[in-house]
Design a protein around this ligand. Structure first.
Ligand SMILES: Cc1ncc(COP(=O)(O)O)c(C=O)c1O
Length: 388
């Protein structure tokens, strides 16, 4: 068999390899504390599951869904955006439900990137931005996010010959993996940059509702000219603990939404309707579960960040998202550190370089494990540190 050349430079998805190593250990009877994957440990709120069960029994829902999603879902998304960000969206033209935001993030590159085009991609960053650029025949141009620049790309330093070839600027705030946040002023700067250089912004914003210390992240769409040049991806995965149900959305520029719709309609057959009806319940029903779970993440964040700083892994308190970005001692690479921690302490974390070369010197820890597993993980980290 000869596989396509397209696959030659495509490594396995970051977490496939981490999960394989954890599974090997588990098969040997070892108990691994997993700080690696960001998948909420708390359940989908009951009223959403009740709606899902009820919707699963409706005969019309075993038919093929429409790629464009139920009109009621597009309206619910528009209303949610208005309630949360004060942004008005046309649900018929500026909203598109997705099979999880990862699906749209991946497919938008195929709508915009031609062979030889560049995409401006944050480094470290969610790997899908660069991998899908490559698969679409383009090349990522990496924008380093460092502590010095508060993990914001320095748009003014991008060379002119790069902006000429660039089609997309990828942004992601609250940021995975660094935990950084930003404000409307930065989004305004990015929109001005995109308009000046004739490129589009894809803002990936699945963590805007996982927030601490009273902080509320903005939407790119709060910038009045944003929808001339950009779209925003959002998701129900993290807000309502719905990663497994696979539902998210893209909102913003009408042409980009239409292009994504056209591409998708030739590829997938929509989101199961029962899931769409559960999503309507999530977006329009009671929202009180969010504050409760954020309080839990915040307590975990405080405990973990203190412990990491105590053992010399310098970490900031993230204001949003459920990741801690920890600086490791200089004698290790991030892969060496991760490997030693897994081998010696049965604690899994993600190497910073899994998110790009600027992630060297860091590891990422997720807060999505139960309080007792988190405490056990902290105590293993402490013991491992003492024994060294
Ligand atoms: C930055 C970022 N974007 C997108 C996603 C994908 O989320 P979804 O479950 O909506 O596909 C994730 C998931 O971890 C993420 O961290």
């Amino acid at each position: 068999m000869r596989l396509s050349k397209r696959l030659d430079n495509l490594p396995p998805y970051l977490f496939v390899e981490i999960n394989r190593r954890i599974a090997e250990k588990k098969a040997r009877g070892e108990d691994v504390i997993n700080f690696a994957v960001g998948d909420p440990d708390m359940p989908t709120p009951k009223h959403i599951i009740d709606q899902l069960c009820q919707a699963a029994r409706i005969p019309a829902n075993n038919k093929y869904p429409e790629t464009a999603g139920l009109p009621e879902l597009r309206q619910a998304i528009a209303k949610w955006y208005h309630r949360r960000f004060g942004v008005t969206l046309d649900p018929t033209k500026e909203v598109l439900p997705l099979i999880g935001s990862k699906e749209g993030i991946g497919h938008i590159s195929f709508c915009l990137i031609d062979s030889g085009d560049l995409a401006l991609v944050p480094d470290p960053g969610y790997p899908v931005y660069s991998m899908r650029t490559l698969l679409a025949g383009g090349k990522p141009y990496f924008l380093p996010l460092t502590e010095k620049n508060d993990f914001l790309p320095e748009l003014e330093n991008i060379p002119r010959e790069v902006t000429k070839k660039a089609k997309i600027l990828w942004l992601n705030y609250p940021n995975n993996p660094t935990g950084a946040v930003t404000d409307v002023a930065f989004f305004q700067k990015a929109v001005d940059f995109a308009r000046k250089n004739n490129l589009v912004i894809c803002h990936d914003a699945p963590y805007t509702e996982v927030v601490f210390d009273g902080y509320l992240p903005p939407s790119l769409m709060q910038v009045s000219e944003a929808r001339e040049v950009g779209i925003e991806f959002h998701s129900l995965s993290k807000t309502y603990n719905m990663t497994g149900w696979r539902i998210g959305m893209a909102v913003g520029n009408e042409r980009m939404i239409d292009a994504l719709f056209r591409f998708k309609s030739n590829l997938d057959s929509g989101i199961p309707q029962a899931i769409q009806q559960a999503a309507i319940e999530a977006l329009t029903g009671p929202q009180d579960s969010i504050a409760g779970q954020n309080a839990i993440y915040q307590r975990r964040r405080d405990r973990l960040v203190k412990a990491l700083n105590d053992i010399g892994l310098k970490s900031r308190l993230p204001k949003a998202g459920f990741y801690v970005w920890a600086r490791i001692p200089g004698r290790y690479t991030s892969v060496q550190f991760t490997t030693e921690l897994l081998d010696k302490a049965n604690v899994a974390v993600t190497p910073g370089t899994g998110y790009g070369s600027a992630g060297e010197g860091y590891v990422r820890l997720s807060l999505t494990l139960s309080d007792d597993r988190l405490d056990e993980g902290i105590s293993r980290l402490m013991k491992w540190h003492k024994a060294k």
